[in-house]
Design a protein around this ligand. Structure first.
Ligand code: ZN
Length: 443
């Protein structure tokens, strides 16, 4: 049960060097035990790097440019034109090569919350607009071939034999299976590139930290557009979970950068716990979270719109980035506020380096939540594997302390700023540590 905690119990330093931490919002407990922690190893180790064959058109995985038809019909793409960035919607297969997208938005082939779930439990049906798109797509020969091909892939990956797949010849049945591509609630935002430009080795991936700060802002903006759209197309969705799994230890099936969005009919335990704390103390996110991070010297970067610090009480070493805005949800933020968040998230990724496997998780007020909670993003380093001890005790052992994590990131941020690779921001000792920097509770 979530309850307001006091500073003295959130970080406890034991005489032997053990640091016990409790997350003020979720109540989750983590420990740093000296001696147990070794420096976390990057996922791609220097001695295991393999050269890659450079290609004009990337075809390294199903998300790559040469293999657009291995993903479901494209909902939209973000392209850079002479007049700035533009979003193109619902391209047909023959149009996919006309532009080079920075990011693409498609349905996830394997939904966590399925279209069938919404149909059976909520009588969800595709809107007229989505139905019309689907009909237009399937009425073209190339469109039907593509969509039905994806249905076959899905069936194959679900373990159906070629005979079983061939037996589904009924047009209405195949057509129904396509609903998930056009009106499902689990989506992917896929980066246009697999490797960064000029990459020679397989570790030189196009990651969040490798892109320019402008590209990262566009990535976020495009993702936020998709969040907005998911709420619009399925009126039963109460919350859209946004996350990014980077590299295999974080749960990614491809080393090709992508975010996932999943529409939910509930809020999830963490948000529920946070809301409970916020109800008890409407200033909790300042008092217990950000002010406390300042008093314990965990703040690593700041700009006028957001603040980043090393957080406590997580399963994994974690950096948190909080929006200072009065606006709550990402889609309610002004462009410059999104940019401020994006710049810090980008900088934290860049400072971590793309060899570190991590999860990026977004938290914001669900659509049906009246409580005021600020938009925040967690970047969790997947450098340890919770095992039996954690399972039995719910105490998570972190391999590095929050001080070690801070001291790894801050010098790197200075260096990246000097090199012009991240936006200008205040770093570590330059941060102002103004009390109550978050304005979320001042409507
Ligand atoms: Zn790829």
């Amino acid at each position: 049960m979530a309850r307001t905690r006091h500073y003295a119990e959130m970080i406890v330093r034991m005489a032997d060097g053990t640091i016990k931490q409790i997350n003020p919002l979720t109540g989750r407990e983590s420990w740093y035990v000296p001696g147990r922690g070794s420096r976390p190893l990057p996922h791609h180790k220097p001695d295991q790097q393999k050269p890659i064959e450079p290609k004009e058109v990337e075809d390294y995985c199903s998300f790559c440019e040469a293999r657009y038809l291995e993903t479901p019909p494209e909902k939209s793409r973000l392209v850079k034109t002479e007049d700035g960035y533009k979003i193109l919607h619902r391209l047909m297969p023959n149009e996919l090569r006309d532009t080079k997208p920075l990011f693409r938005r498609v349905a996830n082939l394997f939904e966590i919350v399925t279209t069938e779930y919404w149909e059976k439990n909520y009588d969800y049906t595709l809107s007229d607009d989505l139905k019309a798109w689907k009909e237009a797509y399937l009425s073209s020969l190339a469109g039907q071939k593509h969509a039905f091909g994806i249905v076959n892939t899905k069936l194959k990956m679900m373990g159906k034999s070629p005979e079983q797949i061939a037996a589904i010849t009924d047009f209405p049945e195949r057509e129904k299976m396509c609903d998930a591509f056009f009106g499902g609630g689990h989506e992917l935002i896929i980066a246009g590139r697999h490797y960064k430009e000029g990459a020679k080795f397989d570790h030189e991936l196009y990651s969040s930290g490798e892109m320019s700060e402008e590209e990262h802002y566009q990535y976020m903006r495009f993702t936020i557009e998709a969040v907005k759209d998911l709420y619009r197309i399925n009126r039963y969705i109460r919350y859209v979970v946004v996350f990014q799994n980077w590299l295999a230890p974080a749960g990614a099936s491809f080393e090709h950068l992508h975010k996932q969005l999943v529409g939910l009919d509930e809020w999830g335990t963490d948000i529920e716990n946070e809301v409970e704390v916020a109800r008890e103390n409407p200033n909790a996110y300042n008092e217990l979270v950000v002010n406390f991070a300042s008093y314990t010297n965990r703040v690593i970067a700041e700009n006028d719109y957001a603040i980043a610090f090393v957080d406590i009480g997580h399963r994994f070493p974690t950096v948190a980035i909080y929006s200072k805005s009065r606006n709550l949800r990402p889609h309610e933020h002004e462009p410059e506020e999104v940019r401020g968040m994006s710049d810090l998230v980008h900088a934290c990724h860049a400072a971590s380096g793309s060899a570190v496997s991590c999860n990026e998780e977004w938290y914001f007020a669900p659509e049906d939540c009246l409580d005021r909670i600020p938009w925040h993003i967690m970047i969790k380093w997947r450098v340890n594997n919770p095992a039996g001890f954690e399972g039995g005790t719910q105490i998570y052992i972190n391999p590095i302390s929050y001080i070690q994590l801070r001291d790894q990131l801050v010098p790197r941020l200075f260096q990246l700023r000097d090199e012009g690779k991240i936006a200008n921001m205040r770093i570590g000792p330059e941060c102002r540590l103004t009390p109550n920097p978050l304005m979320y509770n001042r409507p």
